[in-house]
Design a protein around this ligand. Structure first.
Ligand code: FE
Length: 428
């Protein structure tokens, strides 16, 4: 059974990454940052967690306002370093523990947290700047992560209390994972800072100290504060410290603080801290089994439905490349290139032989078996001039005419092709 062995909290300013990359440990301005992370590095080296659950926020790098969500869980097997304007930092991709992520995702959903899930996204300094300092890659990363991106930059954002409750649900999720795994929770962000407007440069050292005491001893009080109170006390961008409440909620009521540091070199109060559970109960098998039964409830039986392929996170991650390829057909430039030279498009997208062959053969049933979702097949159909009804019949393994006889309107053929596709051969 998985267990939470403790938690780390750390600010995530880009300066931490610059200090690391420039190896500025001997420069007086940067030395305090290295000192702050030294005990964290030692704790991780000694406790050797199998996985880090990384709570961070993206800074409008990989998560933009075209679709901004509150709690986004990474379910990928690998995470690249994001380019934030001057090229990505020279760090290897970070492995993701996809199986644990899927379990946590399912558990949080069954606890009524409506999560969003991401893959194929690079992570920015919110994740990588503290991580490179606390567990530097040599040459690879010491452990995989499960990332949780919290949308804290476009209001409305989750309340402090919602973050705390998510942490409590996160504990249930991790402790019900059936494999033996030691998990450490890492919360990043804060402390006080504001980086925009006439109030840019705002800090509050007194509040930062209070916050550090409260997160340890009275998280309930922190959960009761409003976002306006956080903004007044710690700056608008400093409101991101509510992410620490996710971490705190996943720990026992009483915690032991085994390390804390604080410095204010420039714009942001930089803190690091380590907490261990004071009451570390032996996980009760019965409680975990009850929780596992509950999270299996919604889909129990769905696997037995013949001819039905649940599009779940496992399938989605496994078939991401081909779904991405077929989804790109909504882009007129891509579809023109695809129609002009299919083989070149396959090569450029790095499709495997098998994936290319499924598309080349218009193997609609094979594509579904492989993990493509129907809604990208209808896009391919639209591009190729194939109606949805042709695809349905092919998936069933029936001639079109036979399938049409089972419809109330046997003459109705349609696809999602727009007027750009022109008149379709089957459209009478
Ligand atoms: Fe931030």
């Amino acid at each position: 059974m998985a267990k939470i062995i403790g938690a780390i909290a750390a600010s995530h300013t880009p300066t931490i990454g610059f200090a690391f990359d420039g190896d500025k440990r001997r420069s007086p301005a940067w030395a305090p940052i290295f000192e702050a992370f030294e005990p964290v590095r030692n704790w991780l080296a000694r406790r050797k967690p199998d996985v880090l659950f990384m709570i961070f926020n993206d800074h409008i790098t990989s998560f933009f306002f075209d679709h901004y969500s509150a709690f986004s869980l990474g379910v990928d097997t690998s995470y690249a370093v994001a380019d934030e304007g001057g090229g990505p930092r020279d760090l290897p991709p970070l492995p993701g523990h996809a199986a644990l992520a899927r379990h946590i995702g399912q558990s949080l959903m069954s606890d009524e947290f409506d999560m969003s899930f991401f893959q194929g996204k690079a992570l920015d300094h919110g994740c990588f700047s503290p991580l490179s300092m606390m567990s530097p890659p040599s040459p690879d990363w010491a452990m995989p992560i499960v990332p949780l991106q919290v949308g804290v930059l476009q209001f409305p954002i989750p309340s402090a209390r919602r973050c705390y409750k998510l942490g409590q649900a996160l504990r249930r999720a991790i402790e019900s994972y059936p494999e033996e795994l030691d998990v450490a929770i890492v919360a990043t962000g804060g402390l006080s800072h504001q980086v925009h407007g006439e109030r840019a440069g705002f800090n509050n050292v007194v509040w930062d100290q209070q916050f550090l005491a409260l997160i340890e001893q009275d998280p309930e009080y922190l959960a009761s504060l409003t976002q306006a109170e956080y903004a007044e006390l710690g700056g608008l961008e400093g409101t991101e410290v509510i992410m620490w409440l996710v971490m705190r909620g996943a720990l026992s009521a009483q915690v032991r603080k085994v390390h804390q540091s604080y410095c204010l070199p420039s714009m942001t109060g930089i803190a690091t801290a380590i907490y261990e559970n004071e009451a570390a109960p032996t996980p009760l098998r019965g409680v975990q089994e009850r929780h596992r039964r509950r999270l299996a409830e919604q889909l129990d039986g769905a696997q037995r439905l013949a001819g039905t392929y649940l599009f779940d996170l496992e399938r989605s991650v496994r078939a991401y490349r081909i779904n991405r390829f077929l989804h790109s057909l909504i882009d007129p430039v891509f579809r023109t290139a695809f129609l002009a030279d299919e083989e070149a498009a396959f090569r450029e997208a790095g499709l495997t032989q098998h994936e290319s062959e499924l598309i080349r053969q218009r193997d609609w049933r094979g594509l579904i078996h492989h993990g493509a979702i129907f809604f990208v097949l209808e896009k391919l159909g639209a591009v190729l001039g194939v109606s949805n009804l042709h695809i349905y019949a092919a998936m069933r393994g029936e001639p079109l005419e036979q399938f049409l006889q089972t419809r109330n309107a046997p003459d109705a053929l349609y696809s999602v092709a727009g007027k750009q596709a022109g008149k379709q051969a089957w459209d009478h």
